[in-house]
Design a protein around this ligand. Structure first.
Ligand SMILES: [Zn+2]
Length: 389
C-alpha cells in the first residue's frame, strides 16, 4: 500500500518572482540561501544538488550519465528558447495551482523593475499569482524620506489599507527578524515617537530602532485583525550574512502570541522556522492562531524534509501547516519543492497508514489540507484577485 499524492493540486503560499535578469549565478549556485558567492565545487557536492540533478534528468528526459555541465546547458537552452513553455511544463509537472508572491525581494539591492515584474506575470500567467505585501517595503521608504513621526504612522497605515482595499493583497509579511529580531515588545505611541527621533538622529541606535519597528509591525497586526488577513512572519532560515538566525526563533514571540489581544491575528511562521522546526510545531499546537508554512525547509533541507515533517506533525494539526517553497530567481525552486513535498509527505503518510495510526482516506485528507486546502481556508480576503505586481 502506497499513498500516492502526486496528482493532488498544490498552492505555493510563499515565494518570490523568478526572472532571468536576476539569474546572476550559474544554475547550480542558485540553490543556496546565502548571499555569499558559493563555490560550484561545493554546491554540486550537496545532497540538495544531487536531488535537483536526479529530478531534472527525469523531467528533461536526459541520460542519467549526463554530466552536471551538460544538464545545466540543456536546462538553460530549454528555458531560454521558450520561457513560458518551460515554466508551464514545471507548473504542470507538480500540479501547481497558484503562487502567493512576496514582491519585496531582494532584502538588499535594487528593487524589481516594472518590466521584470511584467515578464514574471506574463511567464507565469497560466496560473493565478496572488499578492503578499511586505510591510517593510512601505516603512523603509518612509524612514529614508525621514518624514516626521505623525506622517510616518499616517502614511504607513494609509498605504497598508490601500494594499488590502485596492491592490489585492491577501496577507502582510514582515522581515523584522532580519533587523531587530522576533522578540517584539508592545510599545506606546509616545515611546515610539521619542525613539523614532533618536533613531533618525543616530541610525546606529538599535534600541531606538527596535522600538519603532516593533510599534510599526504591531500596527500591521491591528490591520490584520480588522481585515481578517494573516501575517507571514519571517522566522528561521534566511540570507547569510544579513540574518542573525538566533533572533529569528519563533519562541522569541512568546509575549505576543500569548497576549490575548493578538490571538485574533493569524500568525504564520514562514520558512518552517528552520532550524527551529520542532519548536514551531509545538507553538502551532499550543496557539490556535499560529500557523506554519513549509517554505525553505522544502526544498533546501534535502534529505531532512522527511524527518522534519515527522517532527512538525508530532504535535501540529494537519489543518495548520501549509506547503510553500520560498522560490526565487529561478522557476525550478517552486517546482522542486512541489516534487519533494509530494514524495516526502506521501512517504510519511504511507508509514502512518502502515502503522495503523490513520486510514487511507484520512491520509488523502491530510495531504489535501497541507498541499492546498489550508491556504484556501486561511487567505480568504482578496482570494479572487489576480496579482499584477
Ligand atoms: Zn521568502
Amino acid at each position: 500500500m502506497t499513498i500516492d499524492i502526486s496528482r493532488l493540486p498544490i498552492i505555493d503560499d510563499h515565494c518570490h518572482p523568478f526572472m532571468p535578469t536576476r539569474e546572476k549565478k550559474s544554475f547550480d549556485n542558485c540553490f543556496t540561501l546565502s548571499l555569499i558567492p558559493p563555490k560550484s565545487r561545493d554546491t554540486r557536492n550537496t545532497l540538495l544538488f544531487k536531488i535537483v540533478r536526479k529530478e531534472m534528468i527525469q523531467l528533461l528526459g536526459l541520460d542519467p550519465r549526463a554530466t552536471d555541465d551538460e544538464l545545466i546547458l540543456q536546462r538553460n537552452q530549454r528555458y531560454q528558447a521558450n520561457p513560458k513553455e518551460y515554466v508551464d511544463m514545471l507548473f504542470k509537472d507538480v500540479g501547481l495551482e497558484s503562487l502567493l508572491v512576496d514582491y519585496g525581494f531582494p532584502v538588499m539591492g535594487s528593487r524589481l523593475a516594472q518590466d521584470e515584474l511584467d515578464w514574471f506575470h506574463q511567464t507565469s500567467s497560466s496560473i493565478p499569482t496572488r499578492r503578499i505585501h511586505r510591510v517593510e517595503a512601505t516603512y523603509h521608504r518612509l524612514f529614508e524620506e525621514k518624514v516626521p513621526f505623525g506622517e510616518l504612522e499616517e502614511t504607513y497605515i494609509r498605504e497598508l489599507r490601500d494594499e488590502v482595499e485596492n491592490q489585492g493583497t491577501i496577507a502582510f509579511k514582515t522581515v523584522i527578524a532580519y533587523h531587530t529580531g522576533l522578540k517584539i515588545n508592545k510599545i506606546s505611541k509616545s515611546q515610539a515617537a521619542a525613539s523614532y527621533s533618536r533613531f533618525l538622529e543616530s541610525p546606529d541606535n538599535t534600541e531606538a530602532e527596535k522600538d519603532v519597528r516593533d510599534y510599526l509591525v504591531l500596527l500591521a497586526f491591528e490591520l490584520c485583525m480588522e481585515y481578517d488577513i494573516p501575517i507571514q512572519m519571517h522566522s528561521g532560515a534566511g540570507d547569510a550574512p544579513l540574518l542573525d538566525v538566533k533572533l529569528a526563533s519563533p519562541l522569541l514571540m512568546h509575549s505576543i502570541v500569548s497576549d490575548p489581544h493578538y490571538q485574533a491575528v493569524k500568525i504564520i511562521f514562514i520558512h518552517t522556522a528552520y532550524p527551529f522546526v520542532e519548536e514551531a510545531g509545538y507553538l502551532v499546537n499550543q496557539y490556535h492562531n499560529v500557523y506554519l508554512d513549509l517554505s525553505s525547509m522544502i526544498p533546501f533541507s534535502s534529505i531532512g524534509v522527511q524527518p522534519k515533517l515527522r517532527q512538525i506533525f508530532e504535535m501540529a494539526p494537519f489543518t495548520k501547516v501549509m506547503y510553500g517553497s520560498d522560490g526565487f530567481t529561478i522557476p525550478e525552486v517552486s517546482w522542486l519543492g512541489g516534487r519533494m513535498i509530494k514524495k516526502e509527505l506521501g512517504k510519511m503518510l504511507t508509514d502512518l497508514v502502515t502503522d495503523g495510526i490513520i486510514d487511507e482516506e484520512y491520509a488523502y485528507t491530510a495531504a489535501g489540507l497541507v498541499l492546498s486546502e489550508n491556504a484556501r481556508n486561511l487567505y480568504i480576503r482578496n482570494w479572487g484577485e489576480r496579482s499584477n505586481g
